[in-house]
Design a protein around this ligand. Sequence first.
Ligand code: ACO
Length: 336
Amino acid sequence: MRKSRIAGLGSYVPERIVTNDDLKQWVDTSDEWIQERTGIKQRHWVPDGGGIGSSDLGCEASKRALADAGLEPKDIQMIIFATLSPDHMFPGTGVFLQRKLGVPAGTAALDVRQQCTGFIYGLSVADQFIRTGMYDRILLVGAEVHSSGLDRSTRGRDVTVIFGDGAGAAVITPADEESQIISTHLHADGNFAEDLWLEYPSSKEHPQCGVEQISGDHTRHFPKMKGRQVFKHAVPKMAEAVFEALAKNGVSLADLKMLIPHQANLRINEYVAKQVLGLPDEKCFNNIDHVGNTTAASIPLALDECRRLGKVQKGDLVCLAAFGAGFTWGSALLRL
Ligand code: ACO
């Protein structure tokens, strides 16, 4: 069966930079607390006031990925859009991207949720469609606008300081001699669904979106995280996913050029890379310090930056690994 590869990469973050000190206008926090716990110094947010959604950021990243692949919107046969911050509850954000980017009407568009693991799930879906021969050119996007949905008050500070807005995109085509997606590995455990979630709006409520539920002291429309629980599960699950990808393909950590982990938190990634895997610093790429945690966008943003810095290039053995809400986790091993 034929394989697939990443034929183009692109990323985009909004111009507005929000430093840790900037957050103090809403939240009782400190640069020291945030850096020590998360490694984040700044993140990018869209301007306040609305009007810019995940599809807009995804569109900019997609233009760059298409240019990198030497393709045009008309060449795309399927869009896969991973986000936990969709433009709207429905329809999926992929159709808004299709219209904005000028991908022809009639082209397939699929949304993937899976939060921080969204890009890896999307990569796996794209890989399957290429392997079966159904499509030859798929646009995979991970994009988030978190800033409009965060609790900008001290009660939500554990979550609010972590997240940034951004987008990354990849064009997936059949493999060539140097480059291929070797394998993908996907997992989920719904026993922890409420440990990292956005409860509301909800189809289990009547009305699904009521004024009462979002006013006063109610906070169900803001994301919630049991931080220690996330830390406790993220470290072993990300490491397991890396080992799974290596074992499946009979390669070792020494063969890896680079690990690109989801940028959840620098402490999680350092723990996984140094303590569990024993990787030297130069084999694990992190950019969370300047972009924050961008969930589904984080891996393509990091991979694109890592490649632009010349730290990885075509043909290099790269492992992607993620852990996120659900809980979901997974990995992908590829020759870039
Ligand atoms: N600034 C200042 N103080 C804060 C902040 C903040 N932004 N947030 C929380 N605090 C306070 C708390 O209120 C608490 O104060 P108290 O002792 O007076 O009650 C104190 O700091 C310690 O709070 P804890 O929640 O116990 O802090 P902890 O040391 O566990 O660190 C953290 C919290 C950083 C979230 C940690 O649990 C962690 O790293 N978890 C991993 C979660 C993560 O990184 N998620 C990323 C997003 S999910 C994903 O992408 C998979």
